[in-house]
Design a protein around this ligand. Structure first.
Ligand code: CO
Ligand code: ZN
Length: 332
């Protein structure tokens, strides 16, 4: 494998892409991959669907382009903005963060006076864009506008820290696998999905259209390797995780076996993931039409759904290596 294109990863992480507004990321990904695929189009729900033709089984890969965000519900007389969540937004994680809107307006999250930190909830928080009154705020934002966490992605020689690693990292791994893979008999669909964070909506319609024989999602998963974390046998740096279950699906034995066998055969470290919450695009894919045997290649990630999600470079590299082998070889 040639070395990873970390500038591309940084570019992917820097793009504004809340659920339902994935056009910019889709544009960048399309540019990156169109020379490597036979067909490519964007469907009515905003999924980017790229096909690398083969005579064998149809395999759908899915990585979601969208990220969680905050949607403006109300602007008060002093110019402060109230908001609701787009996807899984935690009040504790959101307090004091910077946020950015599509037009580049930057704000910070403030809180009402609380008697106890236990009273912290999203409706006690507000976005402060530095406006002096309602009219000034309305020049910059409108009801229904969505902002996302804002910070400069950090990449050093060991780790990546950024908002939006969920799931731009899955998209990145798919792009790199496509660029690095050899020939394959499989009929491959690389699907970059929309609206995962609000209920795997893009995966639902794209899986219906693709009608795959097998499905594999690429998405982040939690770890159990931080102080007093909920016990979980997934750590950063121990390789890609083969999902066994989450709340949206039980991985199909065929896919699980394919992933484990290819990891072993190619000396790629891997770990087994039992996630007691959450779900991925595979939750939708495996229930398509008469059912689709599906699994998930998970990327171990700390501090999910925050402004400082953390992934190790070694896990990214090994995930790319494993995905290349998964798509080059037939599922038996
Ligand atoms: Co997520
Ligand atoms: Zn995700």
């Amino acid at each position: 494998m040639k070395t990873m294109d970390l500038e591309l990863l940084k570019a992917l992480l820097s793009i504004y892409s809340p659920s339902g507004n994935e056009m910019r990321v889709a544009g960048l990904i399309k540019e990156q991959i169109e020379d490597y695929v036979d067909e490519i189009h964007i469907d009515p729900l905003g999924n980017l669907i790229a096909r690398k033709k083969g005579n064998g089984k149809r395999i759908m890969l899915a990585g979601h382009m969208d990220q969680i965000g905050l949607m403006v519900t109300f602007i008060d007389d002093k110019g402060f903005l109230r908001f609701t969540n787009v996807g899984g937004i935690s009040p504790a994680i959101t307090l004091s963060q910077r946020v950015i809107f599509e037009n580049g307006t930057i704000g910070v999250i403030g809180s009402e006076k609380l008697d106890s930190i236990k009273d912290l909830s999203l409706d006690k928080l507000f976005i402060d864009i530095g406006a002096s009154n309602k009219a000034e705020a309305e020049e910059l934002v409108t009801i229904g506008d969505v902002c996302v966490y804002h910070s400069e992605p950090l990449i050093d020689d060991k780790k990546v820290v950024s908002q939006g690693l969920d799931d731009r990292i899955g998209c990145y791994i798919m792009i790199e696998a496509l660029k690095n893979m050899g020939s394959s008999n499989n009929d491959l669909y690389f699907v970059f999905t929309s609206q995962e964070e609000v209920g795997v909506r893009g995966a639902k319609t794209s899986a219906y259209a693709v009608d795959p024989d097998y499905g594999i999602a690429l998405d982040v998963t939690a770890t159990g390797d931080t102080p007093k974390a909920k016990p979980m046998a997934v750590s950063l740096g121990a390789g890609p995780a083969v999902k066994i279950r989450d709340n949206s699906m039980l991985s199909h034995p065929k896919i699980k076996t394919h992933m484990i066998e290819q990891a072993k055969k190619n000396n790629i470290p891997y770990q087994l993931e039992v996630l007691e919450f959450g779900g991925t695009d595979s939750g939708a894919i495996h229930l398509t039409k008469a059912g689709v045997p599906s699994g998930v290649l998970s990327i171990p990630t700390r501090y999910l759904h925050s402004n400082c999600e953390m992934v190790f470079l070694s896990d990214i590299e090994n995930s790319i290596k494993l995905l290349v082998k998964l798509v080059e070889n037939e599922i038996e």
